[in-house]
Design a protein around this ligand. Structure first.
Ligand SMILES: Nc1nc2c(ncn2[C@@H]2O[C@H](COP(=O)(O)OP(=O)(O)OP(=O)(O)O)[C@@H](O)[C@H]2O)c(=O)[nH]1
Length: 510
């Protein structure tokens, strides 16, 4: 079954829970003060009162307060106890590494794409002289992607392994589409890195400026700790063990430096085109002569499911919006922490507007609750659609996300051609948010391993340095300290389409 990044949600799912009792004015006042005193107002100064929606308020107000009484762990067990573990996996790698072909073939081998459809893709791709892309067509759905033979948007597909349900996000390898890739990876739990074993091709992707390097650094910076590496297209080097080992050694050293633990990285030899070692036991004699490890699907099945921070305050990052019927509309994204139930109120930040949750859904199926780790859509009412945007955060009104346009971050610089100096302009990536910013202060250069200050107020920062800097955005944004919420405490800095640094938010300046 294919799913789009956009997930439609049925409108007007009625709140049916009766878990709460009332929502009093003192709580609203307290929350209003709380928000105003923690941050600068986006548009009109401190203390701007929040917009309390009037629509349906009588009924909806009562759901917010009693949420504290629900034990998220008990609730999660009750709601999801018998559901298979669900992982979101982003597929990354240099352009043409064979990501779409590999995943298309894997899905076909798993029986997720029927023979008739595959036959159709084969015929149509042959007509266009692009038969080698027939498996890639399973994921590259748009005409333009098929004509150009490249992935542009993040395609998504769901499949089952022995123990898990995996939603795969096929990220574009082309450097022009890295912002799409960042958005896809920001919502993933684990990553599959695909590298092309063909002589010369692996080296191109692995060189400075190659996407193998950049993607691996990006996913680690986005908090992904587990990685499977498919050493793909081994058919082009006659299944050479020497080539496999050579690539593995180079990648292992680099991935360790990028912050991956050795035990969290698995390497698997395969060919997306011929289908060797994807699901079935390999039949290639040369491969069998030196490899008896797991197939790709077994490697994916062995991923550990990351913990879901369901006991933390509710945070939801918005990565898409779409109109529903009537006055309500939907936002889709990921529950970063906590949980949400239908009928609750959420604070939309940084616009600081209250909204009422009319419905929640996962993959078009309405739910009563959504939990940390879920990719879901939320139908909102009581708020104008123009007051919500991609990159916004929905949070618990009683414990809202912070809002500021200035913060300190500990960054690692990895790809600058011109050293970073005070006032350096960058594009800040924070979950799905893409926002112009400047590095307003270079506070200290830090030791890369120990984090100790080695130089105060450095005049510039060059490649491979670690530093504490102050960053100022043009508009206030919703963010969190890394120590409070890993998911919303990471940032990435890009310049002219290249990622130059990644970092952690250490102090929010209000
Ligand atoms: N020989 C060989 N060719 C392959 C293999 N996998 C993919 N290819 C070819 O490599 C080319 C690129 O494949 P894609 O699957 O589109 O690559 P991609 O990494 O998804 O490309 P982007 O989405 O644009 O980044 C196509 O011509 C494929 O047929 C393989 O295992 N062996």
């Amino acid at each position: 079954m294919t799913t789009n990044a956009r997930i439609a949600v049925p409108q007007g799912v009625k709140p049916t829970t009766n878990v709460t009792k009332g929502f009093d004015l003192s709580q609203k006042e307290g929350y209003r003060l709380n928000v105003a005193s923690r941050s600068e107002s986006p548009a009109s100064g401190r203390g701007t009162p929040v917009n309390v929606p009037s629509a349906d308020s009588g009924d909806d107000l009562k759901f917010s307060k009693g949420k504290e009484k629900l034990d998220p762990v008990v609730l999660y067990r009750k709601e999801r106890g018998d559901v298979r573990e669900h992982l979101y996996m982003v597929v990354i790698g240099h352009v043409d590494a064979g990501k779409s072909t590999l995943m298309g073939h894997l899905l076909y081998a798993l029986g997720q794409v029927n023979q008739k459809t595959m036959h159709k893709y084969e015929q149509e791709s042959r007509k266009l002289g692009k038969q080698s892309f027939m498996y890639a067509w399973v994921l590259d759905e748009t005409g333009e992607e098929r004509n150009r033979g490249i992935t542009m948007d993040v395609g998504s597909f769901q499949f089952e392994t022995k123990h898990k349900t995996i939603t795969l996000l096929d990220a574009p390898g082309h450097k022009d589409f890295i912002p799409n890739m960042i958005s896809g990876a920001g919502h993933a739990d684990v990553a599959l890195l695909v590298v092309d074993a063909t002589r010369g091709e692996f080296e191109t992707g692995f060189d400075y400026g190659g996407q193998t390097r950049e993607h691996a650094l990006l996913v680690r910076s986005l908090g992904i700790a587990q990685l499977a590496v498919a050493i793909n297209k081994l058919d082009t080097v006659s299944w050479s063990q020497q080539r496999f080992d050579e690539i593995k050694v180079k990648l292992r050293t680099f991935l360790r430096q990028a912050g991956f633990r050795e035990n969290d990285v698995a390497f698997v030899p395969c060919s997306g085109l011929t289908g060797q070692n994807l699901v079935q036991e390999p039949t290639e004699k040369e491969l069998l002569s030196w490899y008896n490890g797991p197939s790709l699907i077994e490697v994916l099945d062995n991923f550990k499911c990351p913990e879901r921070p369901i006991t933390k305050p509710f945070r939801f990052s918005v990565n898409d919006l779409f109109k529903g019927t009537g006055s309500s509309f939907c936002v889709s994204g990921r529950v970063e922490t906590g949980f949400l139930s239908v009928g609750e109120r959420v604070l939309v930040c940084p616009s600081r507007e209250l909204a009422v949750v009319k419905g929640v859904a996962i993959e078009e199926s309405p739910k009563q609750f959504i939990f940390a780790g879920d990719q879901a859509s939320v139908t909102l009412s009581g708020i104008e659609m123009q007051n919500v945007a991609v990159g916004f955060i929905l949070s618990d009104p009683g414990n809202p996300v912070q809002i500021s346009s200035k913060f300190q971050a500990k960054i690692v610089v990895f790809n600058v051609t011109v050293p970073i100096t005070k006032g350096f302009s960058v594009i800040l990536h924070h979950q799905s948010l893409v926002e112009p910013a400047v590095v307003s202060k270079l506070i200290a250069q830090l030791h890369k391993n120990t984090g100790e200050v080695i130089k105060k107020h450095p005049r510039f920062l060059s490649n491979n340095t670690s530093a504490m800097v102050e960053i100022q955005t043009t508009r206030p944004i919703a963010l969190e300290l890394y120590c409070d919420c890993k998911e919303l405490g990471r940032i990435m800095l890009r310049v002219s389409g290249v990622t130059i640094a990644a970092g952690l938010i250490m102090k929010i300046i209000l």
